[in-house]
Design a protein around this ligand. Structure first.
Ligand code: NAD
Ligand code: AHE
Ligand code: ZN
Length: 371
């Protein structure tokens, strides 16, 4: 058992509380990781706020981290002390029915315990100093200086990659670029619309540029996002609050008939409908990335699908983490993709709640906590 510092989500809607916590060592198939840096994703805020139907409290949130292996549990063969790793909220066991099916990345090996805030043996490794158990989150809990993660949920990465940048590959970068490359499989010359120019949407834009899209329209209510989105490849910007009349009609006109691909990176179900309906008749595909609040549902006229549009979704950009994440780290190190400008704020663990304020104010793309 060690003591470590963590930001604990004590109850829904409350600020995270920074405290010392107990952490038991790794059991069979588990690994103790010293987290060096973690990004703040909107999904952490979604759970902190109480909007997540799967939210359990108290819990240590955070799922966008990078760190160093400190200890390995019995039976761990693919990692050793000193390895650099990125925790994966979508694991890759390489054995389950899902891992063996190339159509999905949704490894189910530990899904039931992960969704319940537990490690695969059904218990938690974290507890408060008075012994109260603290739940894990998305199998990662990176808002702690140390965490325990199953071996199948750790991608081993090269040692020269900077933790404070590549932590973002643990969610935002991979989700956005992967949605384009793995899920939509966007072709050269495509027209695309990205709704929401935050930490995910900007990576969709970066992915679209990589894939050779000709037209990349960004849609956001916050004009402050234009400069960064343009830098990453946005060709046109639309602020819905400045469009006279119907937004769908405006976007269909701008794309000369509808987009080949549209992406929702807002989590707003009304935006998801607009995204579907702005996709081209006959072949347009709309990809849902955003996570919607508990109870929210999507709707459209079935005629929209009858006439050839399709509605799809993606988790972690369709990436098989242990295989794909080390490659994406290489892309970053080789200059194929950019991350640095999107890390707009660096914080200490004590300042983590300020990171969520910056997110709400629309001032940050990614705030990263460094330990
Ligand atoms: P973010 O807060 O950084 O960005 C959201 C952006 O959407 C902001 O720029 C905001 O101004 C814009 N926006 C909000 N409402 C809008 C509207 N009605 N019209 C147009 N723009 C609007 O959040 P993020 O970290 O980029 O995450 C985006 C979404 O993706 C969240 O719902 C998050 O939970 C989800 N997400 C999903 C996955 C996945 O695997 N599917 C992974 C990571 C994040
Ligand atoms: N717990 C929520 C759903 C949250 C959700 O959709 N999570 C995404 C990752 S978001 C990362 O920022 C995901 O991968 N889901 C797949 C899975 O198996 O959890 C709810 O609505 O219950
Ligand atoms: Zn995320």
């Amino acid at each position: 058992m060690i003591r470590t510092r963590a930001a604990v989500a004590v109850a829904p809607g409350k600020p995270l509380e920074i405290m010392e916590v107990n952490l038991e060592g790794p059991k069979k198939g588990e690994v103790l990781v010293e987290i060096k840096a973690t990004g703040l994703c909107h999904t952490d805020e979604f759970t902190r706020s109480g909007d997540d139907p799967e939210g359990i409290f108290p819990a240590i949130l955070g799922h966008e981290g990078a760190g160093i292996v400190v200890e390995v549990g019995e039976g761990v063969t693919s990692l050793e002390v000193g390895d650099h790793v990125i925790p994966l909220y979508t694991p890759e066991c390489r054995e389950c029915e899902y891992c063996l099916n190339p159509k999905t990345n949704l490894c189910q090996a530990i899904r039931s315990t992960q969704g319940a805030g537990l490690l695969p043996d059904g218990s938690t490794r974290f507890s408060m100093l008075d012994g109260t158990p603290i739940h894990h989150y998305m199998g990662c809990s990176t808002f702690a200086n140390h965490t325990v993660v199953p071996e199948i949920a750790l991608a081993k990465i090269r040692k020269d990659a900077p933790f404070d940048k590549v932590c973002y590959i643990g969610c935002g970068v991979t989700t956005g670029i992967g949605a384009v490359i793995n899920t939509a499989k966007v072709e050269i010359g495509s027209r695309a619309i990205v709704f929401g120019l935050g930490g995910i949407g900007l990576n969709v834009i970066q992915g679209l540029r990589l894939a050779g899209a000709d037209q990349i329209i960004g849609v956001d209510l916050n004009p402050g996002k234009v400069e960064m989105a343009t830098r990453f490849g946005m060709t046109d910007f639309v602020n819905p609050s400045e469009v006279d009349g119907d937004l769908v009609a405006h976007l269909v006109e701008l794309t000369k008939g509808g987009a080949d691909y549209t992406f929702d990176a807002t989590g707003n179900v009304n935006v998801m409908r607009t995204a579907l309906e702005a996709a081209h008749k006959g072949w347009g595909e709309s990809i849902i990335i955003g996570v919607a609040p508990a109870g929210a549902e999507i709707s459209t006229r079935p005629f929209q699908l009858v006439t050839g549009r399709s509605w799809r979704g993606t988790a972690f950009g369709g990436a098989a983490g242990r295989t794909d994440v080390p490659r994406i780290v290489d892309w970053y190190m080789d200059g194929k993709i950019e991350i640095d400008p999107m890390i707009t704020h660096k914080l200490s663990l004590d300042e983590i709640n300020h990171g969520f304020e910056l997110m709400h104010e629309g001032k940050s793309i990614r705030a990263v906590v460094e330990f």
